[in-house]
Design a protein around this ligand. Structure first.
Ligand SMILES: [Zn+2]
Length: 253
C-alpha cells in the first residue's frame, strides 16, 4: 500500500515538474545585429552587438532553468537569423507555456540607465509607439496588417497572464540585481511586440540595460553580472509559476 502511494506521488510529482515548457528567445541574431555600440576603453575600439549580449543572457537563463528540471528551449543557440514568424513557429512546435524574449536597450540620450520589463499590450498609446523601434525592425508595411489581426486575437488571452509574469520577474530583478549593482528600475511597461504577440502565449520582453551607455555596456559584458541577472529572472519565473498554481484555475499558465 505504501509503495502504491509512493508510486502515485511520484507520478504526480513528475507530471508537475515536466508540465511546464519555457522558451527563451535571444533577440535578433545573424544578419540582424540589434543595437550596436563601440567600446571606448579599447584600442582599436570593438563593436559590441545586442544580438551577442542577448544570447549570453539567454543561454544563462536557459541553463539555470534546465538545472531546475523545466523543459526549456532557445529560439537560437548560435548567431543566426531567426525571423519573427520563425520564432513564433518554434513556440508552437515546442508547445511553450511561457515565452521570454531577451533584448538590450539603446538610447540617444547620453547616460541612459536601468532595466525594464515589457509585457504584451495593445491598449496603450505608449505601447503602440514602441512598435516602430528596433524590436520590431523586421516588420514591413505589408505584414503589419496581417500581424495586427493576429495580435487582436491573442492579446486578450495572453495579456492577463503576461503582466503578472512581468511583475514577478521585475520584482526579483529590482531586489537581486538593482540593489546589488545600484541600477535603477525603469519599470514594467506595456509594449506591442510582434514577437510576443505572434508567440500566442504569456510572454515578456526583457531589456537588460543600455548598450549605448559605457558603464552599463561594461557591466553587461561581465559574466558575473550575466549570471546574477539570469538567476534573478529564473527566480521571478518560478515565483510566477507558484502564484499561478495557487490560483483556482488549472493549468493557468
Ligand atoms: Zn532588441
Amino acid at each position: 500500500m505504501h509503495n502504491f502511494l509512493l508510486f502515485i506521488l511520484l507520478i504526480v510529482f513528475s507530471i508537475d515538474s515536466q508540465a511546464l515548457t519555457i522558451l527563451i528567445d535571444p533577440g535578433h541574431g545573424g544578419e540582424e545585429d540589434g543595437a550596436i555600440a563601440q567600446t571606448v576603453t579599447e584600442n582599436p575600439p570593438r563593436v559590441i552587438k545586442e544580438k551577442d549580449l542577448a544570447l549570453e543572457f539567454s543561454k544563462r537563463i536557459y541553463s539555470y532553468l534546465q538545472k531546475k528540471n523545466y523543459s526549456v528551449y532557445l529560439t537560437r543557440s548560435l548567431d543566426r537569423t531567426v525571423t519573427l514568424p520563425e520564432r513564433a513557429a518554434i513556440a508552437e512546435k515546442t508547445k511553450a507555456d511561457l515565452f521570454i524574449s531577451v533584448h538590450i536597450n539603446s538610447s540617444p540620450e547620453p547616460g541612459a540607465v536601468g532595466f525594464e520589463t515589457y509585457y504584451l499590450d495593445n491598449h496603450d498609446d505608449v505601447a503602440i509607439k514602441k512598435v516602430e523601434k528596433t524590436e520590431n525592425i523586421q516588420t514591413t508595411a505589408d505584414n503589419v496588417i496581417v500581424q495586427q489581426i493576429l495580435i487582436d486575437l491573442v492579446v486578450e488571452q495572453t495579456v492577463k497572464k503576461s503582466k503578472p509574469l512581468a511583475m514577478n520577474i521585475h520584482t526579483i530583478l529590482k531586489k537581486n540585481v538593482g540593489r546589488k549593482y545600484g541600477i535603477p528600475s525603469r519599470g514594467i511597461k506595456p509594449g506591442l511586440f510582434f514577437v510576443l504577440a505572434l508567440s500566442k502565449r504569456p510572454g515578456v520582453l526583457l531589456e537588460v540595460g543600455f548598450i549605448s551607455t559605457q558603464k552599463e555596456r561594461a557591466r553587461m559584458m561581465n559574466p558575473k553580472f550575466q549570471d546574477d541577472y539570469a538567476k534573478a529572472v529564473v527566480i521571478g519565473i518560478e515565483n510566477y509559476i507558484k502564484s499561478q498554481k495557487k490560483s483556482p484555475q488549472k493549468r493557468a499558465f
